[in-house]
Design a binder for this molecule. Structure first.
Ligand code: 57M
Length: 359
């Protein structure tokens, strides 16, 4: 709103010209989202405790997790409120990508909330059926793919890191491909969110990296210099990425070990889907495999574990999947696993940024 109401006044008050700059609005979108999360956090935690919205721990998990029973959850509501409020304040709301990102946050947040709600109603750690959740995610993912498909001058070509000239055109198949990226990212973040701060840390790192990617992708001269796709209007998504990273930092203040609150599927499904949508908007779908490599490895560990279990008729490849539980059962402390996963995420982000130039 600030952009829409104050920038036009810059003819009268020259100071308001500053609201034209995406960089300025991104910084303040991040700071605003952080502050909303940071200031509302204690109240939110107290409220969730009062209304008994607490985590139920699965019996088959590491025994150490039993101590976490009762931790307030569905903190994703706080994250999404911070992201959407800050975006409404600082972004250009006539930008189609901003509207698609807000739509993604709300729809996947609702799917996650439904799952969290049924977990609370059943007082067990299983909410929606896996099939039901997946079908809902796929339906919304295809809807978002169609919305992106119909944006003006959209390109259905896909690009690959380090390969400058290989840009196959998927045509109408881009819609299911985009849905695959969005739903895959959503579930990968969901699986990873199994230790304090383990998911939100990489989300912050990826959100900050996508600030850079969306800015250069929406800047015709820089995109040309880097030989990457120029996507008109994509630069505004930088403001949303700023809000995403800022809200993530605000939530991490309370989700860091020992966590005072969990994000719930409300947070993990929506944050993962948002990362997928931003990768699609910035035409960095396969770059996400590197940038979000931690989430990819965590999801792969589950696929390998379940597949190996079936093939070997009962043997386990890992001590437990996802991968973070394997290290827990090997005796590594939770904080050590978490911080090392964050370090790996930062290294993957640096490699991804370098890939913009190495083509
Ligand atoms: C998402 N949810 C956490 C919290 C968070 C197929 C199978 C691999 C599926 C998978 C599964 O059910 N994953 C669900 C992971 C849960 O966290 C809640 O869920 C939200 C995210 N969706 O926001 O509300 C538990 O994670 C811990 N946690 C923290 N700190 C945090 O900041 O400590 C979460 C956030 C919380 C808390 O203990 O209760 C989860 O793990 O369920 N299933 C699994 O991951 C299970 N693995 C498993 O069954 N492996 C098998 C086969 C099937 C692969 C095997 O290896 O043999 C693990 N689930 C649990 N404990 N709860 C096993 C260990």
């Amino acid at each position: 709103m600030i952009y829409l109401f104050l920038y036009p006044l810059h003819e009268t008050f020259s100071f308001f010209n500053i609201f034209r700059y995406i960089t300025f609005r991104t910084i303040y979108a991040g700071l605003t989202a952080f502050l909303i999360c940071f200031l509302l956090g204690p109240w939110g935690i107290k409220k969730l405790k009062q209304i008994q919205i607490k985590q139920f721990i699965r019996e088959e998990g590491p025994q150490s997790h039993q101590l976490k029973a009762g931790t307030p959850t569905i903190g994703g509501l706080l994250i999404l409120f911070s992201i959407v409020t800050s975006t409404l304040l600082w972004a250009d709301l006539t930008n189609r990508y901003i509207l698609i990102l807000i739509f993604t946050a709300v729809t996947f947040g609702l799917i996650g909330f439904a799952d969290d709600y049924f977990k609370q109603a059943k007082k067990k750690n299983n909410g929606l059926s896996a099939k039901g959740k997946f079908l809902l995610q796929t339906f919304v993912g295809i809807l978002i793919g169609i919305l992106i498909w119909f944006t003006p001058d959209f390109s259905s070509k896909i690009t690959f890191p380090f390969l400058k000239n290989f840009t196959p055109d998927l045509g109408i198949l881009y819609i299911p491909f985009a849905a695959f990226v969005i739903v895959g990212a959503s579930n990968a973040v969901n699986l990873t969110d199994g230790l304090d701060g383990l998911a939100i840390g990489p989300v912050i790192i990826i959100g900050a990296t996508f600030m850079l990617f969306s800015y250069v992708t929406g800047h015709v001269n820089i995109a040309e210099y880097l030989h990457i796709n120029y996507v008109s209007g994509c630069g505004e998504a930088t403001v949303f990425c700023g809000a995403l990273a800022g809200a993530g930092l605000g939530f991490l203040w309370f989700n860091t070990y020992p966590a005072q609150i969990f994000m719930g599927d409300t947070g993990s499904l929506s944050l993962g889907a948002l990362i997928g949508v931003i990768a699609v908007i910035t035409k960095q779908e396969f770059m996400l495999v590197i940038l979000g490599g931690l989430f990819v490895v965590e999801a792969l560990s589950v696929i390998i574990q379940v597949g190996f279990f079936k093939i070997s008729k009962g043997k386990r490849f890992f001590r437990m999947a996802p991968l973070h539980h394997h290290f827990e059962l090997k005796g590594l402390s939770e904080p050590k696993i978490i911080v090392r996963f964050w370090i790996i995420s930062i290294i993957l982000a640096l490699i991804s940024i370098s890939a913009l130039k190495l083509r």
